[in-house]
Ligand binder design. Structure first.
Ligand SMILES: Cc1ncc(COP(=O)(O)O)c(C=O)c1O
Length: 409
């Protein structure tokens, strides 16, 4: 069994009291906390070998470049990419998806081509496609969400049947419903219809073992800060021939081969997509986060998180006035709910008063909120260091919040 009590000692931020109580951190889907070795790796990089990468011939630059490229190799193995050349460092999932929308979509989409998204996408996997549809004349189509919070795959087939779909971009796991979507199956259906498939892995990368080879997707996007790494770094993993065929996303230093006054040629992948000075320290910190996850028993973590999720769902369902969202059979520890008579923002503030951090709002999923018929929800989301006691405190505090807001004190 996963030993969360020992693991949480690795995370300095969790050792504090907030508002006089030991911190309960349940906002992991927004960003996870960082183990000491990630923090130390970033400090050590600045303290010993800070330099710009790929540019100079001095010792520090060589060392910084070696560490930076080591992380690319490590990430390629971790995510099952065919080669490190398929791993592009970005600022995060949002930038990775924008890179595909502009680098691939701007070049290859034609008027009346279709891009298929789903009703459960984060704004990061909606808005870039809206922009590119407006720029190219392509149309957006949406796979509906069922009442259980899963995707209607028959509707996907109907959308694919018209032969105009060029891209299916879908989240691997919903940041609202926790639903884990069958992305390998979706990629298979997309390919059969002649479309590419992009998987938004922001929520899956921290929790599920990922092999882009097994998913057989064309692009996989994720963020370092949600998988125990630093902010400001993420990954785009793409297939070599597709990355090679794409246009660069941003222009500048490092991404070029030859520059004339009027035009330029591009560097090989992945450098073609890494214009300017990258977030070197964050990349190196991400390497430490991946090393941390590689050493951990990820199957045991997943089983632990599943066990906590089931227990939390049961305890919340037993509270009067609590409505839970999402009941997919395959799900992560992302639990969204409302409490009758208590606005989600008020609840989050009340819980904060007891040292409990959750998220409240539309969770960057406004269309999904409309589908669910609510303006906002509260969300508790789990990570490898959460304990049953965290959930006991959450449930007890929600009960007190309901008494406070609904009956006065
Ligand atoms: C499903 C999903 N996609 C994309 C994102 C965007 O990630 P980032 O803000 O790190 O770019 C998030 C962040 O919450 C997310 O949950």
């Amino acid at each position: 069994m996963w030993d969360a009590e020992t693991a949480r000692r690795d995370f300095p931020v969790l050792q504090q009291t907030v508002r006089g109580r030991p911190l309960v951190y349940l906002d992991n889907a927004a960003t996870s906390q960082k183990p000491a070795e990630v923090i130390q790796t970033v400090c050590e990089y600045y303290g010993t070998c800070n330099a710009n990468v790929h540019r100079a011939f001095h010792y520090l630059a060589e060392e910084a470049t070696r560490r930076y490229e080591d992380v690319r190799r490590r990430a390629a193995t971790f995510f099952g990419a065919a080669t490190p050349r398929e791993v592009v460092f970005t600022r995060g999932t949002t930038e990775s998806i924008n890179l595909v929308a502009w680098g691939w979509g701007r070049k290859f989409l034609r008027p009346d081509d279709a891009i298929v998204l789903t009703e459960m996408e984060h704004h990061s996997n909606l808005v870039p496609w809206q922009l590119i549809a407006a720029a190219t004349g392509a149309r957006l189509r949406f796979v509906p969400v069922t009442p259980e919070g899963t995707l209607d795959l028959d509707a996907l087939d109907r959308l694919l049947a018209d032969g105009r779909v060029r891209m299916v971009a879908v989240t691997h796991a919903s940041n609202v419903l926790g639903t884990v979507n069958p992305v390998a199956e979706i990629a298979r259906r997309a390919h059969r219809a002649g479309a590419l498939c992009l998987v938004d892995g922001a929520q899956s990368a921290p929790h599920l073992p990922i092999s882009v080879r097994d998913l057989d997707c064309d692009f996989y996007a994720c963020s370092g800060h949600k998988m125990y790494g630093p902010t400001g770094v993420g990954l785009l993993i793409g297939r070599t021939p597709i990355l090679e065929a794409m246009n660069p996303f941003m222009g500048g230093g490092e991404m070029i081969d030859r520059v004339e006054l009027e035009h330029s040629t591009w560097a090989e992948i992945p450098h073609k997509f890494e214009a300017g000075t990258p977030n070197i320290s964050a990349v190196i910190g991400l390497g430490a986060a991946i090393a941390y996850l590689e050493r951990a028993d990820r199957a045991a973590i997943l089983a632990w998180e599943e066990h906590l999720t089931d227990a939390a769902l049961q305890a919340l369902a037993a509270l009067p006035g609590v409505r839970l969202f999402g009941s997919a059979p395959q799900r992560l520890g992302v639990i969204s709910f409302t409490v009758d008579g208590v606005h989600p923002h008020d609840l989050a503030q009340f819980l904060d008063g007891e040292g409990i951090a959750i998220r409240a709002g539309h969770l960057c999923c406004q269309p999904l909120m409309r589908r669910l018929g609510v303006p906002a929800v509260s969300r508790a989301s789990l990570a490898l260091y959460n304990m049953p006691a965290d959930l006991d405190r959450l449930v007890a505090a929600i009960g007190r919040a309901r008494t406070y807001f609904c009956h006065g004190t």
